[in-house]
Design a protein around this ligand. Structure first.
Ligand code: 5GP
Length: 116
């Protein structure tokens, strides 16, 4: 993908690719992962594609990172028992495939849930 092309998450936010928006805050939104690896597997994503990964996000806009954690917590309380695992794959060698920062929210019974 060229850098100038919108990310898959931007295309979902803009309605070009179908995916239910489960919830949103001022600067972030949440969808279900298309290939769930836990009973509840959501993605919490900034509306802006400005930051490629969580390291850039934490340095550039820590308040947005906190907003994403809050949205993850709210959804985990609504869709599971409130317990959740937050995963930011950072770098291709760690399994990152979409370079528009996003948090994987894994909840439910996590005994068998992978991180990849
Ligand atoms: P990463 O591998 O970058 O950490 O996570 C990207 C995630 O986006 C993957 O878990 C993948 O299943 C998910 N994903 C990729 N394309 C789509 C899509 O079109 N819709 C949804 N809902 N999730 C997607």
């Amino acid at each position: 993908m060229r850098m100038s092309e919108p990310s898959i998450f931007t295309r979902i936010l803009q309605g070009e690719i179908p995916s239910e928006i489960l919830a949103e805050t001022e600067n972030a939104f949440a969808i279900r992962d298309i290939a769930p690896r836990a009973p509840v597997h959501l993605l919490v994503i900034p509306k802006s594609a400005q930051y490629r990964n969580v390291v850039e996000l934490a340095a550039g806009d820590p308040e947005l990172l906190a907003e994403m954690v809050g949205l993850a917590s709210t959804l985990a309380a609504e869709q599971a028992d409130g317990a959740f695992r937050l995963v930011f794959n950072t770098g291709a060698d760690a399994g990152q495939t979409v370079f528009h920062v996003h948090a994987h929210v894994l909840a439910g019974s996590l005994d068998e849930a992978g991180l990849g």
